[in-house]
Design a protein around this ligand. Sequence first.
Ligand SMILES: *Cc1c(COP(=O)(O)O)cnc(C)c1O
Length: 372
Amino acid sequence: MNAPIDPDRFPIPDYIAAIAPYVGGKPISEVAREYGLDENSIVKLASNENPLGMPPAAQRAIDAALREVGRYPDGNGYELKQALSAKYDVPLDWLTLGNGSNDILELAARVFLAPGKSAVFSQFSFIVYPLATQAAGARSIVVPATQVLGHDLAAMHAAIEADTQVVFLANPNNPTGTFLPAAQIENFIASISPRVIVVLDEAYNEYLPSHLRFDSVAWVRRYPNLIISRTFSKAYGLAGMRVGFAIAQPVVTDVLNRIRQPFNVNCLAQAAAVAALADTAFVERSAAINAAGYRQLTTAFDALDLPYIESFGNFVLVRVGDAARINLELLRRGIIVRPVANYGLPEWLRITIGLEHENRAFLDALGAALNA
Ligand SMILES: *Cc1c(COP(=O)(O)O)cnc(C)c1O
């Protein structure tokens, strides 16, 4: 565990010292070492990664771009921005590239938050919101979730205070998988004071069935205080490359770009993202496999009488009771999932939807773990 920081030796701000470290999914190599397992036998369903890996076109683009790594990347990400501009029909000066969309969330926090300011977000929403808020020295206003662990938009609206500068909203949300339809989100944005920035985090957008899709970019045209955050880490299969982006009007985009690192997205990531963006078939196949995997997992949860939250992402939150114990039983059997006690959900596990055989391996181990 981390030793406490001695404030006399290192005079760091209290709000930095108080940050709880991010707890990610356990790496496969670590579980192999700890449990004496063969790495190849381990199934990782812990970090909402695409079980197909990256698109082959991205692999080829990375191979080609490797020759260029002796040089700095294009700090303006011209090619990737061109491709995004064409896809979303926005000018280049509406786009900010990030080292993952996590970078986008942090840039928003660092621009708009500071000591004496606050950010509003829901209970059980993405853990980076409190982390980024606290790192900026601002106060988190955490709004209780609804009965079904979703965002309570009316309560979030009511929670906005005079010093509130940012509202973070994930749709679909992680770790719950909950989703709010377009009309509710737009009414919410329309009801917010234009001096408050709304960060609409759409990391799982590509998994939505077409009838639930909506044109959030059209809202950016209407609302100067809206930032849309997207990522290549999930459906595009590039989690390890670290690339995401924001769409916002030029005034906001300008300030986000001023504080980002000049070369925050490396050249391999830029090349891979351009290729992945063009491979729409890969994203469609990913979404289809995900939908089938969702049915596979939830059918089994129904049969086991385990409650779960209807999910619109590439993962399912399932209530297993003593989740810490079940998690250990799963790890012993070479299955890595995500405990979410740090989100205040000690009875639940978050399962990333994998390929058919991976889901099967998880379900077999879960059956054994529940009876152990
Ligand atoms: C995974 C995730 C992200 C971003 O991840 P990056 O890899 O940093 O792009 C952002 N928001 C939510 C809600 C996520 O689940």
